[in-house]
Design a protein around this ligand. Sequence first.
Ligand SMILES: [Zn+2]
Length: 182
Amino acid sequence: MNDNQKIPGEKIAQVEEYLPGNNTFEDDYAIRATTIGDINLDSKERLASINSKTQITVPKVGDVIIGVVEANLPSMIAIMIKYVNGKKVVADLECVCVTRHIRKKNIALAKDVVKAKIISHINGTIHASVDSQELGVLFTKCRKCFGTVVKMRDAVKCKDCTWIDDRKLSSDFGKSEFLEQN
Ligand SMILES: [Zn+2]
């Protein structure tokens, strides 16, 4: 990869100097790449763009994503994005979701499938939220025995060992249409 090649999320210019062009997005002070490609700084038009043949796009604020939980930390979860607005994505893009305000012990476990909404881009990090009824866990397993769970009000119960556990469940929990969209 040469110096002109940029990867998604990478800073390509300052907003005071350039306007965001093709395959870029603006976050606070920087213009960043949304795809892998060569940087193109047009000083006449003051336009910073990325020339790319690939179709990798970073989800925009307001987009709904479905992904797999990569890490479950005390105050946030990290999600590997698999679908954006129902469309399967090929790029490995991660977003983080702050969960410290949600009064549940287990918001989501690693490997759970969750639905989240993109709320911001800060310093190249994509931030998402699960703070609404349709957002949250779509698929999970028992924390004790990895058995199949069923929904019980706002918790889940294991069919095998009867362990009851909490999650931030999506109102779409148990529906599996999203798996057929690929
Ligand atoms: Zn179990």
